[in-house]
Design a protein around this ligand. Structure first.
Ligand code: TXD
Length: 316
């Protein structure tokens, strides 16, 4: 590849080539967001998936380079990393049960990213999400704008899907907002949900809305229960691609993401899901929306949960 070409094409490295990593590679290639490098410790998997995808390009109507590797050299000078390396949940497991194993994995990933692409932006997907994102920030020493966690876009997409299903309207017309940590204590905000500008309360009873909130909280567990051998991957990949596109195309999207808070919402020194502006600068701004007392309490409870895990790792 010539020098000129490299300047006009983005390079996106996917650390972890499992269910989400593989799906991400396909979605990124289909949207031609950049050349893709897949990295995994399971030898043959990243190479195999990259080659398989490459061979689908003439039929899939996309033209990007795809490479698989068991080392980080191939990721050198990436613009963006999306990290899924780690173990997923099995039935009966909570996201927090993954803390110890995934901590060791994320530490190694962080070392390599700092070494090979010190100016990159990182989207973390590995669970338990908010804590692993904080660990990534600490281990890379990157600016807080450059390390962001994916959870809110997924949780919000789940909420929107359930509203659309319930009302029999297009998902395109439903907007929503889910804040807080990525776990059972997440904070769906029906007050900020509307259907083409009309508040949700105009269409659905409080009882129905409560049911949708509950289903959203348990949506990850619902999929784990059905799949039995892992967790959701199509929707998490789609959510991360939405964020990747916002960053790579400098779209300034307003999306709920796990961001490092220094005073916003009265929170100091923790990652938590909040609305942010996502663009070429990474997390360019945290948006503070007005919350009522019940919503504030729910957000505080969610923070307490994230804090308990962060404290276990002595990250603060
Ligand atoms: O909303 C969210 N943030 C999430 C998070 C939604 C769904 C799933 N979420 C979490 O993503 C899940 O709990 C896991 O922690 C990650 C990845 O889920 P995925 O379903 O992709 O798991 P897989 O298929 O097991 O893939 C993980 C890959 C696997 O191929 C391992 O070999 C690899 O990670 N792995 C590594 N790659 C590179 N380097 C190291 N050290 C490594 N260790 C494992």
């Amino acid at each position: 590849m010539g020098e000129n070409q490299r300047k006009t094409r983005h390079k996106v490295s996917l650390i972890g080539a499992g269910q989400i990593g593989g799906t991400l590679a396909l979605m990124i290639a289909q949207r031609e967001l950049g050349d893709v490098v897949l990295v995994d410790i399971t030898d043959g998997i990243p190479q195999g998936k990259a080659l398989d995808l490459l061979e689908s390009a003439p039929l899939g109507d996309f033209d990007v380079q795809l490479k698989g590797s068991d080392g980080y050299e191939a990721t050198k000078d990436s613009d963006l990393y999306i990290v899924t390396a780690g173990l997923p949940r099995k039935p009966g497991m909570s996201r927090d049960d993954l803390l110890r194993t995934n901590t060791e994995i994320v530490k190694k990933v962080a070392e390599n990213i700092s070494q090979y692409s010190p100016h990159s932006t990182i989207i973390v997907i590995t669970n338990p999400l908010d804590v692993m994102t904080q660990l990534m920030l600490r281990m890379t020493g990157f600016s807080k704008k450059r390390v962001v966690g994916m959870a809110g876009v997924l949780d919000t997409s789940r909420f929107r899907s359930f509203v659309a299903m319930e009302m029999g309207v297009s998902v395109e017309d439903v907007t929503a907002l889910v804040m807080g940590g990525h776990g059972d204590s997440m904070v769906p905000l029906p007050r900020y949900c509307n259907v083409s500008g009309i508040p949700l309360t105009a269409f659905l009873s409080q009882e129905k809305i409560d049911e949708i909130v509950e289903r959203t909280r348990n949506a990850g567990t619902e999929i784990v229960g059905l799949l039995k051998s892992g967790s959701a991957y199509y929707s998490p990949a789609a959510a991360a691609v939405e964020m990747a596109e916002a960053i790579l195309k400098d779209k300034k999207r307003l999306l709920p993401c796990s961001a490092y808070l220094e005073g916003e919402y009265g929170i100091q020194g923790y990652y938590l899901g909040v609305p942010v502006i996502l663009g070429a600068g990474g997390v360019e701004r945290v948006i503070e929306v007005e919350l009522n007392d019940a919503e504030k309490r729910a957000l505080k409870k969610s923070l307490e949960h994230v804090k308990s895990l962060v404290d276990q790792l002595h990250l603060n």
